[in-house]
Design a protein around this ligand. Structure first.
Ligand code: AMP
Length: 469
Protein backbone atom coordinates (compact mmCIF):
# COMPACT_ATOMS: atom_id res chain seq x y z
CA UNK A 1 0.00 0.00 0.00
CA UNK A 2 1.24 3.49 -0.73
CA UNK A 3 2.51 5.39 2.23
CA UNK A 4 1.67 9.03 2.17
CA UNK A 5 3.59 10.99 4.72
CA UNK A 6 2.57 14.29 6.03
CA UNK A 7 2.02 17.82 4.96
CA UNK A 8 1.50 19.62 8.24
CA UNK A 9 0.78 22.97 9.85
CA UNK A 10 2.76 24.50 12.71
CA UNK A 11 2.14 27.38 15.08
CA UNK A 12 3.89 28.97 18.06
CA UNK A 13 3.26 31.92 20.35
CA UNK A 14 5.43 33.46 23.05
CA UNK A 15 4.64 35.37 26.21
CA UNK A 16 0.94 36.05 26.01
CA UNK A 17 -2.24 35.47 27.98
CA UNK A 18 -4.24 32.43 26.92
CA UNK A 19 -1.45 31.01 24.76
CA UNK A 20 -3.17 27.61 24.38
CA UNK A 21 -6.45 29.19 23.25
CA UNK A 22 -4.66 31.32 20.66
CA UNK A 23 -2.76 28.23 19.50
CA UNK A 24 -6.03 26.32 19.18
CA UNK A 25 -7.35 29.12 16.94
CA UNK A 26 -4.13 29.21 14.91
CA UNK A 27 -4.22 25.46 14.38
CA UNK A 28 -7.88 25.61 13.46
CA UNK A 29 -7.04 28.02 10.64
CA UNK A 30 -4.27 25.65 9.51
CA UNK A 31 -6.56 22.63 9.59
CA UNK A 32 -6.48 22.34 5.78
CA UNK A 33 -2.79 21.36 6.17
CA UNK A 34 -3.57 18.31 8.25
CA UNK A 35 -6.62 16.64 9.64
CA UNK A 36 -5.33 13.41 11.06
CA UNK A 37 -4.44 14.79 14.45
CA UNK A 38 -3.32 17.81 16.41
CA UNK A 39 -1.21 18.63 19.42
CA UNK A 40 -0.29 21.53 21.67
CA UNK A 41 2.57 21.91 24.15
CA UNK A 42 2.60 24.79 26.63
CA UNK A 43 5.03 25.99 29.30
CA UNK A 44 3.88 27.88 32.39
CA UNK A 45 7.27 28.87 33.82
CA UNK A 46 7.60 25.65 35.79
CA UNK A 47 6.26 22.75 33.78
CA UNK A 48 5.51 21.67 30.23
CA UNK A 49 2.02 20.43 29.35
CA UNK A 50 1.33 18.30 26.30
CA UNK A 51 -1.91 17.14 24.67
CA UNK A 52 -1.95 15.31 21.33
CA UNK A 53 -5.14 13.88 19.89
CA UNK A 54 -6.26 12.18 16.72
CA UNK A 55 -8.92 14.13 14.85
CA UNK A 56 -9.79 17.75 14.24
CA UNK A 57 -8.64 20.71 16.31
CA UNK A 58 -12.19 21.90 16.96
CA UNK A 59 -13.26 18.49 18.25
CA UNK A 60 -10.38 18.11 20.69
CA UNK A 61 -9.13 21.49 21.82
CA UNK A 62 -12.06 23.83 21.56
CA UNK A 63 -13.39 23.47 25.10
CA UNK A 64 -13.59 25.41 28.32
CA UNK A 65 -10.98 23.27 30.09
CA UNK A 66 -8.23 23.92 27.58
CA UNK A 67 -6.70 26.79 29.55
CA UNK A 68 -6.48 24.77 32.74
CA UNK A 69 -5.22 21.68 30.90
CA UNK A 70 -2.69 23.68 28.89
CA UNK A 71 -1.70 26.63 31.08
CA UNK A 72 1.15 29.05 30.43
CA UNK A 73 2.10 32.05 28.33
CA UNK A 74 4.11 30.08 25.76
CA UNK A 75 2.80 27.43 23.37
CA UNK A 76 3.48 25.55 20.15
CA UNK A 77 1.10 23.39 18.14
CA UNK A 78 0.91 21.09 15.15
CA UNK A 79 -1.73 19.70 12.81
CA UNK A 80 -0.79 16.50 11.08
CA UNK A 81 -1.69 15.30 7.65
CA UNK A 82 -2.72 11.74 7.12
CA UNK A 83 -0.19 8.98 6.73
CA UNK A 84 -2.02 6.12 5.14
CA UNK A 85 -2.09 3.02 7.29
CA UNK A 86 0.29 4.19 9.96
CA UNK A 87 -1.65 6.76 11.89
CA UNK A 88 -0.15 5.95 15.25
CA UNK A 89 -0.90 8.30 18.14
CA UNK A 90 2.76 8.42 19.20
CA UNK A 91 3.59 10.07 15.89
CA UNK A 92 1.37 13.04 16.66
CA UNK A 93 3.32 16.20 17.36
CA UNK A 94 4.73 18.31 18.99
CA UNK A 95 7.26 15.76 20.18
CA UNK A 96 8.69 16.45 23.61
CA UNK A 97 11.88 15.39 25.39
CA UNK A 98 13.59 16.33 28.64
CA UNK A 99 17.14 17.19 27.65
CA UNK A 100 20.16 18.04 29.79
CA UNK A 101 19.37 21.71 29.14
CA UNK A 102 15.68 21.36 30.00
CA UNK A 103 12.41 20.57 28.19
CA UNK A 104 12.42 20.65 24.38
CA UNK A 105 9.21 20.47 22.33
CA UNK A 106 9.34 20.41 18.54
CA UNK A 107 6.74 20.57 15.75
CA UNK A 108 7.83 19.87 12.18
CA UNK A 109 6.39 20.50 8.73
CA UNK A 110 8.32 18.70 6.02
CA UNK A 111 10.24 15.48 5.48
CA UNK A 112 13.85 14.63 6.13
CA UNK A 113 15.65 12.81 3.33
CA UNK A 114 18.56 11.21 5.20
CA UNK A 115 16.62 9.56 8.01
CA UNK A 116 17.72 6.07 7.05
CA UNK A 117 21.46 6.58 7.49
CA UNK A 118 21.10 8.87 10.51
CA UNK A 119 18.75 6.53 12.28
CA UNK A 120 20.86 3.49 11.50
CA UNK A 121 23.88 5.23 12.94
CA UNK A 122 22.07 6.36 16.09
CA UNK A 123 20.48 2.96 16.69
CA UNK A 124 23.89 1.31 16.37
CA UNK A 125 25.10 3.67 19.10
CA UNK A 126 22.29 2.66 21.42
CA UNK A 127 19.59 5.23 20.68
CA UNK A 128 16.04 4.05 21.31
CA UNK A 129 13.33 5.57 19.15
CA UNK A 130 9.82 5.92 20.54
CA UNK A 131 8.09 6.93 17.32
CA UNK A 132 8.34 6.25 13.61
CA UNK A 133 8.44 9.97 12.88
CA UNK A 134 11.53 11.49 11.29
CA UNK A 135 11.10 14.46 13.64
CA UNK A 136 12.32 12.36 16.55
CA UNK A 137 15.72 12.32 14.90
CA UNK A 138 15.99 16.05 15.49
CA UNK A 139 15.34 15.56 19.21
CA UNK A 140 17.86 12.70 19.40
CA UNK A 141 20.52 14.74 17.60
CA UNK A 142 19.96 17.80 19.79
CA UNK A 143 20.14 15.59 22.89
CA UNK A 144 23.45 14.07 21.78
CA UNK A 145 25.19 17.29 20.75
CA UNK A 146 28.21 18.13 22.92
CA UNK A 147 27.63 21.85 22.56
CA UNK A 148 26.75 23.64 25.79
CA UNK A 149 24.14 26.17 24.66
CA UNK A 150 20.77 25.01 23.38
CA UNK A 151 21.01 27.08 20.21
CA UNK A 152 24.38 25.53 19.35
CA UNK A 153 23.05 22.05 20.05
CA UNK A 154 20.24 22.78 17.62
CA UNK A 155 22.61 24.09 14.95
CA UNK A 156 24.72 20.96 15.44
CA UNK A 157 21.65 18.79 14.85
CA UNK A 158 20.46 20.80 11.84
CA UNK A 159 23.88 20.46 10.26
CA UNK A 160 23.37 16.68 10.25
CA UNK A 161 19.86 16.50 8.83
CA UNK A 162 18.91 16.93 5.18
CA UNK A 163 15.54 17.55 3.66
CA UNK A 164 12.63 19.91 4.01
CA UNK A 165 11.82 21.28 7.42
CA UNK A 166 10.08 24.21 8.97
CA UNK A 167 10.16 23.85 12.73
CA UNK A 168 8.74 25.54 15.79
CA UNK A 169 10.48 24.68 19.05
CA UNK A 170 9.55 25.53 22.62
CA UNK A 171 12.03 25.42 25.50
CA UNK A 172 11.77 26.79 29.04
CA UNK A 173 13.23 30.09 27.83
CA UNK A 174 12.55 30.41 24.14
CA UNK A 175 10.32 29.98 21.16
CA UNK A 176 12.45 29.08 18.14
CA UNK A 177 11.52 28.98 14.45
CA UNK A 178 13.63 27.28 11.77
CA UNK A 179 13.41 27.06 7.98
CA UNK A 180 15.63 24.65 6.03
CA UNK A 181 18.40 26.03 3.78
CA UNK A 182 16.18 25.80 0.66
CA UNK A 183 13.10 27.18 2.43
CA UNK A 184 10.91 24.47 0.94
CA UNK A 185 8.07 24.67 3.46
CA UNK A 186 6.67 28.00 4.63
CA UNK A 187 7.03 29.78 7.99
CA UNK A 188 6.06 33.35 8.86
CA UNK A 189 6.63 35.65 11.82
CA UNK A 190 3.83 37.77 13.25
CA UNK A 191 3.21 39.93 16.30
CA UNK A 192 0.26 40.32 18.62
CA UNK A 193 0.31 43.15 21.16
CA UNK A 194 4.07 42.84 21.53
CA UNK A 195 4.11 39.02 21.59
CA UNK A 196 5.65 37.06 18.75
CA UNK A 197 3.87 34.41 16.72
CA UNK A 198 5.22 31.83 14.26
CA UNK A 199 2.93 30.07 11.80
CA UNK A 200 2.96 28.06 8.58
CA UNK A 201 0.67 30.57 6.89
CA UNK A 202 -0.57 34.12 7.40
CA UNK A 203 -4.17 32.90 7.76
CA UNK A 204 -3.14 31.72 11.25
CA UNK A 205 -2.04 35.25 12.10
CA UNK A 206 -5.29 36.73 10.80
CA UNK A 207 -7.50 34.51 12.93
CA UNK A 208 -5.95 35.80 16.18
CA UNK A 209 -5.61 39.39 14.97
CA UNK A 210 -1.80 39.23 14.78
CA UNK A 211 0.16 41.38 12.34
CA UNK A 212 2.39 39.84 9.70
CA UNK A 213 6.00 40.87 10.33
CA UNK A 214 7.96 38.90 7.73
CA UNK A 215 8.74 35.46 6.35
CA UNK A 216 11.43 33.45 8.09
CA UNK A 217 14.21 33.27 5.49
CA UNK A 218 15.54 30.06 4.03
CA UNK A 219 18.28 28.76 6.32
CA UNK A 220 17.29 31.09 9.16
CA UNK A 221 16.80 30.34 12.84
CA UNK A 222 14.72 32.84 14.80
CA UNK A 223 15.07 32.73 18.55
CA UNK A 224 12.42 34.57 20.57
CA UNK A 225 12.91 35.36 24.24
CA UNK A 226 11.31 37.86 26.58
CA UNK A 227 11.86 41.31 24.99
CA UNK A 228 14.45 39.85 22.69
CA UNK A 229 14.48 38.34 19.20
CA UNK A 230 17.60 37.06 17.46
CA UNK A 231 18.26 35.73 13.99
CA UNK A 232 20.94 33.13 13.18
CA UNK A 233 22.02 32.07 9.70
CA UNK A 234 24.39 29.21 10.34
CA UNK A 235 24.17 27.50 6.93
CA UNK A 236 25.84 28.20 3.60
CA UNK A 237 23.55 30.63 1.77
CA UNK A 238 21.54 28.89 -0.94
CA UNK A 239 18.96 30.13 -3.39
CA UNK A 240 15.48 29.70 -1.98
CA UNK A 241 13.37 26.91 -3.53
CA UNK A 242 9.88 27.21 -2.03
CA UNK A 243 7.42 24.42 -2.82
CA UNK A 244 5.26 25.42 -5.76
CA UNK A 245 2.42 23.26 -4.50
CA UNK A 246 1.80 25.61 -1.58
CA UNK A 247 0.52 28.09 -4.14
CA UNK A 248 -1.17 25.60 -6.45
CA UNK A 249 -2.96 23.48 -3.87
CA UNK A 250 -1.95 23.45 -0.23
CA UNK A 251 -2.09 26.90 1.26
CA UNK A 252 -5.34 28.61 2.18
CA UNK A 253 -6.55 31.03 -0.54
CA UNK A 254 -6.50 33.95 1.91
CA UNK A 255 -2.90 33.35 3.01
CA UNK A 256 -0.33 35.79 1.69
CA UNK A 257 2.83 34.45 0.07
CA UNK A 258 5.39 36.85 -1.32
CA UNK A 259 3.04 39.82 -1.01
CA UNK A 260 0.04 38.28 -2.79
CA UNK A 261 -2.85 36.14 -1.65
CA UNK A 262 -2.77 32.53 -2.71
CA UNK A 263 -6.14 33.22 -4.32
CA UNK A 264 -4.45 35.70 -6.68
CA UNK A 265 -1.89 33.10 -7.79
CA UNK A 266 -4.59 30.49 -8.37
CA UNK A 267 -6.74 32.89 -10.35
CA UNK A 268 -3.74 33.70 -12.52
CA UNK A 269 -3.10 29.98 -13.03
CA UNK A 270 -6.67 29.71 -14.32
CA UNK A 271 -6.25 32.76 -16.57
CA UNK A 272 -3.04 31.37 -17.97
CA UNK A 273 -4.69 28.03 -18.67
CA UNK A 274 -7.40 29.86 -20.61
CA UNK A 275 -4.77 31.76 -22.61
CA UNK A 276 -3.07 28.49 -23.54
CA UNK A 277 -6.28 26.56 -24.35
CA UNK A 278 -9.14 27.97 -26.37
CA UNK A 279 -12.13 25.67 -25.88
CA UNK A 280 -15.59 26.20 -27.23
CA UNK A 281 -17.92 25.55 -24.27
CA UNK A 282 -20.97 26.82 -22.38
CA UNK A 283 -19.90 26.74 -18.74
CA UNK A 284 -16.78 26.68 -16.59
CA UNK A 285 -17.26 24.54 -13.48
CA UNK A 286 -14.71 24.22 -10.67
CA UNK A 287 -14.01 20.98 -8.86
CA UNK A 288 -14.41 22.48 -5.39
CA UNK A 289 -12.87 23.64 -3.21
CA UNK A 290 -9.36 23.70 -4.58
CA UNK A 291 -10.38 24.39 -8.20
CA UNK A 292 -12.61 27.39 -7.42
CA UNK A 293 -10.11 30.26 -7.57
CA UNK A 294 -8.53 28.96 -10.77
CA UNK A 295 -11.93 28.41 -12.41
CA UNK A 296 -12.85 32.05 -11.73
CA UNK A 297 -9.66 33.09 -13.54
CA UNK A 298 -10.36 30.71 -16.42
CA UNK A 299 -13.96 31.92 -16.76
CA UNK A 300 -13.03 35.61 -16.72
CA UNK A 301 -10.25 35.17 -19.26
CA UNK A 302 -12.26 32.94 -21.63
CA UNK A 303 -15.55 34.80 -21.22
CA UNK A 304 -17.35 31.56 -20.54
CA UNK A 305 -19.76 31.76 -17.66
CA UNK A 306 -18.80 30.38 -14.26
CA UNK A 307 -21.25 27.99 -12.63
CA UNK A 308 -21.19 25.99 -9.42
CA UNK A 309 -21.99 22.76 -11.21
CA UNK A 310 -20.43 20.61 -8.53
CA UNK A 311 -21.30 20.98 -4.88
CA UNK A 312 -18.87 19.91 -2.21
CA UNK A 313 -19.89 18.64 1.17
CA UNK A 314 -17.98 20.41 3.91
CA UNK A 315 -18.27 17.51 6.26
CA UNK A 316 -15.75 15.31 4.43
CA UNK A 317 -12.02 15.94 4.62
CA UNK A 318 -9.57 16.23 1.74
CA UNK A 319 -9.69 13.22 -0.59
CA UNK A 320 -6.28 11.93 0.35
CA UNK A 321 -7.16 11.38 3.95
CA UNK A 322 -8.66 7.95 3.52
CA UNK A 323 -6.13 5.18 3.67
CA UNK A 324 -7.01 2.81 0.82
CA UNK A 325 -7.78 3.35 -2.84
CA UNK A 326 -11.29 1.89 -2.33
CA UNK A 327 -12.07 4.23 0.50
CA UNK A 328 -10.49 7.13 -1.34
CA UNK A 329 -12.91 6.55 -4.20
CA UNK A 330 -15.79 6.41 -1.80
CA UNK A 331 -14.47 9.61 -0.28
CA UNK A 332 -14.69 11.40 -3.59
CA UNK A 333 -18.30 10.31 -4.01
CA UNK A 334 -19.17 11.41 -0.51
CA UNK A 335 -17.50 14.70 -1.12
CA UNK A 336 -18.91 15.89 -4.44
CA UNK A 337 -22.39 15.95 -5.95
CA UNK A 338 -23.64 17.38 -9.25
CA UNK A 339 -25.80 20.46 -9.55
CA UNK A 340 -27.76 19.26 -12.62
CA UNK A 341 -29.27 22.61 -13.50
CA UNK A 342 -25.88 23.98 -14.54
CA UNK A 343 -24.76 20.91 -16.43
CA UNK A 344 -27.59 19.34 -18.40
CA UNK A 345 -27.17 19.67 -22.17
CA UNK A 346 -24.13 21.90 -21.68
CA UNK A 347 -20.58 21.73 -22.94
CA UNK A 348 -18.74 21.84 -19.65
CA UNK A 349 -15.16 22.80 -18.83
CA UNK A 350 -14.18 21.36 -15.45
CA UNK A 351 -11.22 22.98 -13.69
CA UNK A 352 -9.09 21.36 -11.00
CA UNK A 353 -5.68 22.22 -9.62
CA UNK A 354 -3.98 18.87 -10.18
CA UNK A 355 -4.20 15.21 -11.11
CA UNK A 356 -2.29 12.87 -8.82
CA UNK A 357 -3.67 9.34 -9.13
CA UNK A 358 -6.61 10.43 -11.24
CA UNK A 359 -9.23 9.32 -8.71
CA UNK A 360 -11.01 12.67 -8.53
CA UNK A 361 -10.93 13.33 -12.28
CA UNK A 362 -12.29 9.87 -13.03
CA UNK A 363 -15.24 10.17 -10.71
CA UNK A 364 -16.19 13.74 -11.47
CA UNK A 365 -16.05 13.45 -15.27
CA UNK A 366 -18.37 10.44 -15.02
CA UNK A 367 -20.74 12.23 -12.65
CA UNK A 368 -20.95 15.23 -14.95
CA UNK A 369 -21.72 13.07 -18.00
CA UNK A 370 -24.35 11.17 -16.03
CA UNK A 371 -25.96 14.52 -15.17
CA UNK A 372 -26.50 15.13 -18.90
CA UNK A 373 -23.49 17.15 -20.06
CA UNK A 374 -22.93 17.11 -23.83
CA UNK A 375 -19.15 17.46 -23.56
CA UNK A 376 -16.83 17.40 -20.57
CA UNK A 377 -13.42 19.05 -20.95
CA UNK A 378 -11.01 18.88 -18.04
CA UNK A 379 -8.46 21.65 -17.48
CA UNK A 380 -5.72 21.27 -14.86
CA UNK A 381 -3.93 24.37 -13.58
CA UNK A 382 -0.49 22.82 -13.26
CA UNK A 383 1.68 20.59 -15.46
CA UNK A 384 1.37 16.78 -15.26
CA UNK A 385 2.74 15.42 -11.96
CA UNK A 386 5.27 12.88 -13.15
CA UNK A 387 7.63 12.65 -10.19
CA UNK A 388 6.96 11.86 -6.53
CA UNK A 389 7.55 14.37 -3.76
CA UNK A 390 9.72 13.57 -0.74
CA UNK A 391 9.69 16.91 1.00
CA UNK A 392 6.50 16.80 2.99
CA UNK A 393 3.71 16.33 0.47
CA UNK A 394 4.95 12.94 -0.46
CA UNK A 395 2.72 12.14 -3.38
CA UNK A 396 2.70 8.45 -4.33
CA UNK A 397 5.42 6.51 -6.09
CA UNK A 398 5.90 6.67 -9.85
CA UNK A 399 3.70 3.68 -10.43
CA UNK A 400 0.69 5.39 -8.89
CA UNK A 401 1.11 8.80 -10.46
CA UNK A 402 -1.19 8.86 -13.44
CA UNK A 403 0.93 11.22 -15.55
CA UNK A 404 3.99 9.14 -14.87
CA UNK A 405 2.45 6.08 -16.49
CA UNK A 406 0.22 7.31 -19.29
CA UNK A 407 0.40 9.67 -22.22
CA UNK A 408 -1.97 12.61 -22.42
CA UNK A 409 -4.07 10.68 -24.92
CA UNK A 410 -4.29 7.66 -22.64
CA UNK A 411 -5.13 9.81 -19.63
CA UNK A 412 -7.92 11.52 -21.56
CA UNK A 413 -9.38 8.11 -22.37
CA UNK A 414 -9.03 6.83 -18.82
CA UNK A 415 -10.78 9.81 -17.25
CA UNK A 416 -13.31 9.70 -20.07
CA UNK A 417 -13.16 13.41 -20.92
CA UNK A 418 -13.82 15.02 -24.32
CA UNK A 419 -10.43 16.66 -23.84
CA UNK A 420 -7.84 16.97 -21.07
CA UNK A 421 -5.38 19.84 -20.91
CA UNK A 422 -2.66 20.88 -18.45
CA UNK A 423 -1.02 24.23 -17.83
CA UNK A 424 2.52 24.41 -19.22
CA UNK A 425 5.51 24.81 -16.88
CA UNK A 426 6.24 28.18 -18.45
CA UNK A 427 2.62 29.21 -17.91
CA UNK A 428 2.84 28.13 -14.29
CA UNK A 429 5.85 30.43 -13.77
CA UNK A 430 4.08 33.27 -15.61
CA UNK A 431 1.11 32.91 -13.25
CA UNK A 432 3.53 33.21 -10.32
CA UNK A 433 4.82 36.48 -11.75
CA UNK A 434 7.96 35.32 -13.58
CA UNK A 435 8.63 35.36 -17.31
CA UNK A 436 9.88 31.80 -17.34
CA UNK A 437 11.69 29.19 -15.30
CA UNK A 438 15.36 30.04 -15.20
CA UNK A 439 18.17 30.39 -12.71
CA UNK A 440 17.99 34.15 -12.48
CA UNK A 441 14.58 34.32 -10.90
CA UNK A 442 13.41 32.52 -7.80
CA UNK A 443 13.05 28.92 -8.80
CA UNK A 444 10.45 26.86 -7.04
CA UNK A 445 10.73 23.31 -5.84
CA UNK A 446 8.89 22.06 -8.91
CA UNK A 447 10.36 18.55 -9.02
CA UNK A 448 6.88 17.00 -9.26
CA UNK A 449 6.78 18.34 -12.83
CA UNK A 450 10.45 18.49 -13.76
CA UNK A 451 12.22 15.79 -11.73
CA UNK A 452 14.66 18.52 -10.62
CA UNK A 453 14.99 17.72 -6.91
CA UNK A 454 16.86 20.45 -4.99
CA UNK A 455 17.88 17.94 -2.30
CA UNK A 456 19.14 14.48 -3.21
CA UNK A 457 16.35 11.94 -2.69
CA UNK A 458 18.21 8.73 -3.46
CA UNK A 459 18.34 7.59 0.15
CA UNK A 460 14.69 8.27 0.93
CA UNK A 461 13.69 6.69 -2.38
CA UNK A 462 15.59 3.52 -1.64
CA UNK A 463 14.92 3.12 2.04
CA UNK A 464 11.63 4.91 2.56
CA UNK A 465 9.78 3.67 5.64
CA UNK A 466 12.17 0.79 6.21
CA UNK A 467 13.25 1.87 9.64
CA UNK A 468 10.26 3.93 10.55
CA UNK A 469 7.19 1.78 10.24
P1 AMP B 1 -6.24 12.45 -7.45
O1 AMP B 1 -7.69 12.33 -7.19
O2 AMP B 1 -5.46 11.30 -6.87
O3 AMP B 1 -5.88 12.66 -8.89
O4 AMP B 1 -5.73 13.73 -6.66
C1 AMP B 1 -6.00 15.00 -7.17
C2 AMP B 1 -6.97 15.73 -6.29
O5 AMP B 1 -6.46 15.79 -4.96
C3 AMP B 1 -7.15 17.13 -6.76
O6 AMP B 1 -8.52 17.42 -6.72
C4 AMP B 1 -6.34 17.98 -5.81
O7 AMP B 1 -7.05 19.13 -5.44
C5 AMP B 1 -6.07 17.11 -4.63
N1 AMP B 1 -4.65 17.03 -4.32
C6 AMP B 1 -3.60 17.33 -5.10
N2 AMP B 1 -2.43 17.10 -4.48
C7 AMP B 1 -2.75 16.61 -3.28
C8 AMP B 1 -2.00 16.16 -2.15
N3 AMP B 1 -0.68 16.10 -2.17
N4 AMP B 1 -2.68 15.76 -1.07
C9 AMP B 1 -4.01 15.77 -1.04
N5 AMP B 1 -4.77 16.16 -2.08
C10 AMP B 1 -4.16 16.57 -3.17
Amino acid sequence: MTKLREECGIFGIFDTEEASVLTTLGLHSLQHRGQEGAGIVTYDGKKFYNIRKKGLVGDNFNNSEILSLLPGRNAIGHVRYSTTGESKSENLQPLFANLSVGGFACAHNGNLTNTHSLKKDLVSKGAIFQTSSDTELILQLVARSRQKKLINKLIDALNKIKGAYSLVILTNKKLIGVKDPFGIRPLVLGSLNGSYVLASETCALDIIGAKYVRDIENGEIISIEKNHIQSFKPFKKLNERPCIFERIYFASPDSIIDGKTVYTYRKKLGEQLAIENKIDADVVVPIPDSGVSAAIGFSQKSNISFELGIIRSHYVGRTFIEPTQNIRQLGVKLKHSVNRSCIKNKRVILIDDSIVRGTTANKIVKMVYEAGAKEVHLGITCPPIKYPDFYGIDTPKHKELMASNYTLEEMTKIVGASSLFFLSLKGTYIAMGYKKRNNSNPQFSDHCFTGDYPINVEEIQNFKNELFD
